[in-house]
Design a binder for this molecule. Structure first.
Ligand SMILES: [Zn+2]
Length: 320
């Protein structure tokens, strides 16, 4: 691997509706590792005027514990403007946070280059570099939870698209006249397979209850998960046909039900994918758990800083 810098440290902040998670990762010559991590409650009802400075304060505390950080990445749960460093729409945040500057104030507070990334793309980048998709050239990832996040990586890089929304596979249309989705469309994968729809399909109050009931042998819950798994399988089949990935990684809170959903997903893939050999496409659970978003944000900040510094580009490619 050779001539790259000996090691460098990078901060990742994951802005969630419940918690702000942070990690400091260290890049060695051919290895990333997590040095330190933690979380604090997000003061969400107080709005951006309190939450954004809190991000800066959390970052400052993390850097005090692990000095030498050279870049910052912030994962945000929604749409953002990569060039301006502002949020465009955070679906679960009061008011939606239109045009809220985040990268600018956090970067100014920490005195470091700071960049934003969508939290599902951050999850995918982390799983690609350090987790279940490590070593894969191409991947498709899904995060199952309140909504359905998505990510596509091609040739070892997460595909962001021109405004960071590349890979929003939860918002692919599966049924033209299907139920309304929070994004404004109808019949999206998310409208069939997000947490509250899993609960409803299984006749349970929550997705967690649905999974518990299915594990306990409740036939209605088991049947509901087969229906949801079928829609997930159709969405994943579409992505396999388009991307031809080495691996499909399933993460997010609901991925605890991977063992229950895996069989209906695989059955649907066998029904629908004829362009490639499915025995060469692994469908696997994520490995990094709830820290993937913060880790991926840190990696994105590091890789963005490398790209902005042409002298570091070769070292990055080698270190990957
Ligand atoms: Zn949608």
């Amino acid at each position: 691997m050779g001539d790259g810098p000996p090691s460098s440290r990078h901060l990742g902040l994951d802005l969630g509706g419940t918690n702000i998670k942070w990690v400091v990762v260290e890049r060695g010559t051919d290895e990333w590792r997590v040095l330190d991590r933690g979380q604090v409650a997000t003061p969400i009802p107080k709005g951006p005027d309190d939450v954004v400075p809190r991000l800066g304060a959390v970052g400052a505390e993390a850097i005090k514990r692990s000095p030498g950080v050279t870049s910052v990445g912030v994962g945000v749960p929604g749409l953002y403007d990569p060039a301006a460093g502002t949020t465009r729409f955070l679906v679960n945040f009061p008011g939606g946070w239109p045009d809220v500057p985040v990268a600018g104030p956090v970067g100014a507070a920490l005195g470091l280059p700071t960049t934003l990334i969508n939290d599902a793309r951050a999850f995918g980048l982390a799983e690609l570099r350090l987790g279940a998709a490590r070593g894969a050239a191409s991947m498709v990832g899904l995060t199952l939870g309140t909504g359905i996040g998505g990510v596509i990586a091609i040739d070892g890089r997460v595909h962001l698209g021109h405004d960071g929304t590349g890979g929003e596979l939860g918002h692919q249309t599966l049924e033209p006249d299907g139920p309304p989705c929070g994004c404004g469309n109808r019949g999206c994968l998310e409208a069939f397979a997000r947490a509250d729809r899993i609960a409803a399909a299984c006749g349970a109050a929550t997705a967690e209850e649905a999974m518990d009931a299915a594990r306990a042998g409740d036939p209605a819950a088991a049947a509901g998960l087969v229906v949801v798994g079928r829609y997930l399988g159709i969405g994943i089949a579409n992505m396999i046909v388009v991307v031809n990935p080495d691996v499909v990684v399933i993460g997010g809170g609901i991925s605890a039900a991977f063992d229950l959903l895996h069989r209906p997903i695989e059955a649907e893939l066998r029904e629908r994918v004829y362009t490639t050999a499915l025995d060469r496409v692994r469908v696997v659970p994520a490995q990094l758990g709830t820290w993937a978003g913060a880790i991926g944000a840190a990696l994105h900040g590091a890789e963005t800083a490398d790209r902005d510094d042409p002298a570091a580009t070769n070292a990055t490619v080698e270190a990957r």
